[in-house]
Design a protein around this ligand. Structure first.
Ligand SMILES: [Zn+2]
Length: 847
């Protein structure tokens, strides 16, 4: 099958007039496309899906009109327009009339519904066209390289707002209760960036950023939650104009919260759409994590206005660059906006998560060949966003921030309004840096996996070597050009060395044997480090002198080595005592994650031993922090308090902590301000963990009547945190009966599948209902739901998981399923390997 449209006819400009009927969930469209015909043709082929095309004609300036007939190919999502006589080369206008359906699958032109405070239901019509769903909104050349200008007109009821990519140029009442809203022309751009939103939405007053008015749109009751996004939006827009050295390519910027939204957000030029949790937030009531999420997503989408919208990948294999770069820029902008958030340090957690997937044999290169457009759907994952951004950060640090920025400017300048390939960025960066970039980068981009760098003493210096890191034996080898920053304490002074580790071994001379040495200092390298025993011992003795990111990487690498079998689990547990007074949040994220992993692996009898261990490890840090926020503590310490309370009060089973948390939650119910917003999520988790019927009913009510999108999410996920099977069964029912939005339900299922007390129940439930779920849930979220099976850690469950997928033949695209299987294998083989040693270790722990 040929996946690309023929280029014999190309679009230059679309004039679109769409009239949605929100009540009937349909729309009617008229379209005129200015096309260039390159050679005589009797057919025009373009994309269309779930549309009924009523009439087709081509017209020429001299008045010639040729009517055509339509042949639809539903599988290929194409329309072929057939003409009785050849259409001569030259400019023509293609004139189409069509109808379509506002679907409920959160793609194409779809409908989203919400209830207002009075319980009245309202409908919003919105679009989500990336990757290949513009064809569900209007017939088009739905490939990123077919750029065109768009002139949009929407015909809507007079009381509703209509938003598209550009400014409104006129609004004319029809006299029949409707109005015709006409928008200015867009720049030349790809179809996947076109957007229409129609509904009872309201906007904030515009904030002017240079010449660009910036507004936040949402359902009327939530306008009070728009301020924070507006602030970070205004900062980011200005930041990017300066960084890129090019003005914002649109004429206005609207950020729109859509009640039902499959992804996090979508970078439609000038009309960026978001799920509500990623845009609307009450700054005073939200936790840091919730605020950071909004800041990250807003900055990310704004970064795309240049990188993605102004310059676009030529084909879907370029998705990685689009997303990796936007993620990299998001971090740069948020770090500049709130330096106290230490965003590059906390990014360590995302990098480590990507390395979790990339350490599998079933990983993939960041960039790979995409033939069928739908193959790119599997690209929207940790490897694209987080590994991709890590690799770019590594390159930026290696080249120097200014040189890197100059290269980016050169790239945008050269390719604006057009399309580009990965090699074009390397070329521009190489021109700016005066060195060949592909030599360094190709290994990271076109080969799967990443290295573990081993460090051994060698005389007074060090010996470094690399091999591919894998959790299971047998993965093929790999070699990388590894930019290494090394920091050593030598004779009470600090020595730093920057070097490139290539194939084989490399010795690094030092003036004297070091007291300690950190490889990957600063943590920007996308690799793991394995220290020889004497070096590890010295490093653990010098933890107080390491930066938080270096302590984080040390414990993260050690736990990964433990999961891979290179370090005994009991050694790792011994090592965790060294961090028991650490008050860095990143470090504790790894520790808490590793304890949660162990909880899923060990037999239920050992859970009390694990709980004692957790209380021992976390108790001192908690004591150092105290319950009450301190005025002089850092942003990250403030967050850590909540994390430790949650850990000690749930898996740690600390009765006193549980009681205190329940009391604090009661106080919070009477007075919102009684509890620090960073601690509140932990209290809710503990109330669920220790609660019963009454608490469940209370949380369900809170979920249904939440005051903010964050509160809604908090109580929703808390419903998965109870322990009684009958309550968890009720939560599972909610995922199917329409009470939980289809944008959230699959993630709730995933949480239950990987939870300690819900997983067996959830697995049985999913086996029974997966077909309905496949129909009801958005495709991308449905795919991620299945990640939950990685929590079913036992040989018996593992066999059952394989048998289930064998018999159902569920296809998740790309290597997604193989990755889930392998992650489960890693956990089960860890269980088989370590069961006896862990049983001995944990049963000896004093209560
Ligand atoms: Zn993106």
């Amino acid at each position: 099958m040929e996946f690309r449209l023929p280029a014999t006819v190309v679009p230059n400009r679309y004039d679109l007039r769409l009239e949605p009927d929100l009540d009937a969930a349909t729309f009617r469209g008229e379209e005129v496309v200015q096309i260039t015909v390159a050679e005589p043709v009797t057919e025009i082929v373009l994309n269309a899906a779930e549309l009924v095309i009523e009439s087709v004609a081509v017209e020429r300036g001299d008045g010639t009109v040729v009517h055509g007939s339509v042949a639809l190919d539903a599988d290929a999502e194409r329309a072929r327009f057939l003409f009785p006589s050849p259409i001569d080369p030259g400019p023509w206008r293609l004139r189409l009339v069509f109808t379509g359906v506002l679907n409920d699958r959160l793609h194409g032109f779809y409908r989203s519904t919400y209830k207002d405070d009075a319980g009245v239901s309202h409908t919003v019509a919105a679009t989500q066209f990336e990757s290949t769903d513009a064809r569900r909104g209007f017939p088009c050349w739905d490939e990123p390289a077919f750029k065109a200008a768009f002139g949009v007109t929407l015909v809507v009821p007079e009381g509703l707002a209509a938003v598209s990519n550009a400014l409104i140029t006129s609004e004319t009442p029809t006299g029949t209760g409707k109005k015709v809203v006409t928008f200015a022309d867009t720049i030349r751009m790809s179809t996947y960036l076109v957007a229409f939103v129609v509904g009872e939405l309201e906007a904030t007053d515009p904030v002017m950023v240079g010449n660009t008015p910036l507004r936040v749109w949402c359902v009327p009751a939530k306008k009070r939650l728009a301020r924070f996004a507006s602030d970070v939006g205004a900062f980011s827009l200005d930041f990017f104009e300066r960084y890129y050295g090019l003005p914002y390519p649109g004429d206005k910027l609207d950020l729109l919260a859509i009640p039902d939204f499959a992804a996090g957000a979508m970078e439609n030029l000038g009309a960026i759409t978001f799920r509500e949790t990623a845009l609307l937030v009450d700054e005073a009531a939200a936790s840091h994590v919730e605020l950071q999420r909004v800041a990250d997503v807003v900055a990310h989408e704004l970064a795309h206005m240049w990188f993605g919208d102004l310059v676009t990948m030529a084909w879907w294999n370029g998705i990685w660059l689009n997303e990796a770069f936007a993620t990299f820029m998001e971090l740069l902008a948020v770090d500049a906006w709130k330096p106290e958030w230490s965003r590059w340090v906390t990014f360590g957690i995302s990098r480590a998560a990507a390395m979790g997937v990339d350490g599998l044999e079933n990983t993939r290169p960041i960039e790979f060949e995409v033939r069928a457009p739908r193959d790119c759907e599997a690209m929207f994952d940790l490897l694209t966003y987080e590994k991709g951004a890590s690799v770019l950060r590594m390159l930026e640090q290696h080249l120097g921030a200014d040189v890197f920025r100059d290269g980016v400017r050169l790239y945008l300048e050269r390719h604006r309004f057009g399309n580009a390939e990965t090699s074009d960025l390397w070329k521009a960066l190489g021109d700016a840096a005066g060195q060949p970039i592909p030599e360094i980068m190709d290994g990271w981009i076109f080969h799967p996996g990443y290295p573990v760098v081993s460090v051994e003493p060698d005389g007074s210096g060090l010996k470094l070597s690399q091999r591919r890191f894998t959790y299971l034996e047998g993965a093929p080898a790999g070699q990388w050009r590894v930019p290494v920053l090394l920091r050593a304490s030598v004779k009470k002074g600090i020595v730093e060395k920057r070097l490139l580790l290539e194939a084989g071994e490399r010795t690094v001379p030092l003036p004297a044997a070091p007291d300690w040495v950190v490889v990957n200092a600063g943590g920007d390298g996308c690799y793991r480090v394995r220290y020889a025993a004497p070096l590890l011992k010295k490093l653990l003795g010098a933890l107080g002198r390491l930066e938080p990111i270096d302590r984080f990487n040390l414990v993260s690498d050690c736990f990964a080595l433990t999961q891979s079998g290179a370090m005994p689990a009991t050694d790792y547990l011994d090592l965790t005592t060294r961090f028991s007074t650490d008050t860095d949040r990143n470090v504790w994220t790894v520790l808490a994650g590793s304890f949660a992993f162990l909880a899923r692996v060990i037999t239920p009898e050992l859970r009390r031993g694990l709980a004692s261990l957790i209380r021992h490890r976390a108790g001192s840090s908690m004591e150092r922090l105290g319950w009450e926020p301190q005025p002089d503590e850092s942003e990250l310490q403030r967050q850590l308090r909540g994390d430790l309370i949650r850990l000690i009060g749930t898996l740690g089973e600390d009765g006193a902590m549980q009681e205190r948390a329940r009391d604090a939650y009661t106080r919070y119910r009477d007075n919102d301000m009684a509890v620090d917003p960073n601690v509140l999520p932990a209290l809710i988790a503990i109330v669920a963990w220790t609660g019963g019927e009454e608490e469940y009913a209370g949380f369900l009510d809170r979920f249904k009547h939440a005051r903010t999108p964050q509160e809604e999410q908090r109580y929703l996920y808390a419903l998965a945190g109870f322990r009684q099977p009958e309550l968890l069964a009720r939560t599972l029912e909610l995922t199917m009966n329409g009470e939980v939005r289809s944008q959230d339900a699959p993630f709730l299922v995933r949480t239950l599948l990987s939870s300690l007390y819900g997983r067996g129940l959830a697995w049985d439930f999913v086996k029974q209902h997966w077909e309905t779920m496949a129909r009801q849930y958005p495709g991308s979220a449905y795919r991620r739901m299945w990640e939950g099976v990685t929590g079913l850690v036992s040989a018996e469950w593992e066999r059952d998981v394989h048998a289930f997928f064998d018999s159902t033949q569920i296809v998740l695209g790309g290597k997604t399923l193989a990755q889930y299987f392998e992650q489960l294998r890693v956990a089960v083989s860890f269980q088989e390997r370590e069961a006896t040693a862990l049983a001995t270790y944990l049963s000896r722990i004093k209560r």
